[in-house]
Write a protein that binds this ligand. Structure first.
Ligand code: DC
Length: 207
């Protein structure tokens, strides 16, 4: 079964997807980490992001590796957030990574997370969730994670939201058939419970 979780930056996709996967015993697929890894490898090697996406082996499990090199922490800097957003706007990068994501999702039980998961990568996923939160709440959470100024994060988030639109990415709205979950004011546990119960309903309906 595939559970597809998307939504804008800071809506809590990663924390929710990881926790839901843990609760259900599914594998977590962080597609954003793949875009980040490609951007990092392109920056470090001077090779174009499109060529990196086609050539390198990216593994996104508990640790994120690029051709075996562990980049788990290095991909989480504000600088890589910026270059990843630019790389993700390149259709050649997207084509290569979407193909790899579809290959992974073909077998097994997954909680997959990313902007185009429910629209492009896995539109037939049994469960589709669109996580939202108010822009201020999203910026507040990110600022807390990074120890940064919320006003600056809010301004950067606005720019990134604008750039992250297009290529079938549902930054601003839910995919057809997706259930919208507004996480503003909810705890992680409450959100995870909501999503896990959607999965149980779908599994029950499937029989
Ligand atoms: O979710 P994140 O911040 O780790 O994602 C990094 C960048 O990649 C961000 O600019 C959104 C983009 N992205 C995308 O375009 N499609 C995805 N499936 C996942 C991430």
């Amino acid at each position: 079964m595939v559970v597809a979780i998307d939504g804008p930056a800071g809506a809590g996709k990663s924390s929710v997807a990881r926790a839901v996967a843990g609760a259900l015993g599914f594998t977590y697929l962080d597609t954003g980490a793949m875009y980040r890894a490609v951007a990092l490898a392109a920056r470090d090697s001077g090779v174009s992001a499109a060529d990196v996406a086609r050539r390198v082996r990216i593994a996104v499990g508990d640790r994120v590796t690029v051709d075996g090199r562990d980049v788990t922490e290095d991909i989480r800097t504000p600088e890589i957030s910026e270059v990843a957003s630019v790389a993700a706007a390149d259709p050649a990068v997207r084509a290569a990574l979407v193909e790899e994501q579809r290959r992974l999702l073909r077998s097994g039980d997954w909680v997959a997370e990313g902007r185009d998961i429910a629209t492009v990568v896995a539109p037939d996923a049994e469960v589709k969730v669109f996580l939202t939160a108010s822009p201020e709440e999203r910026a507040r959470r990110r600022a807390e994670q990074l120890g940064a100024d919320p006003a600056r994060i809010l301004a950067e988030q606005r720019l990134r939201d604008e750039r992250d639109v297009g290529h079938g990415r549902s930054t601003l709205g839910a995919a057809p058939g997706a259930v919208e979950v507004d996480t503003t004011g909810l705890s992680l546990d409450e959100v995870v419970d909501r999503v896990a119960s959607l999965v149980r309903d779908a599994a029950g309906a499937r029989g």
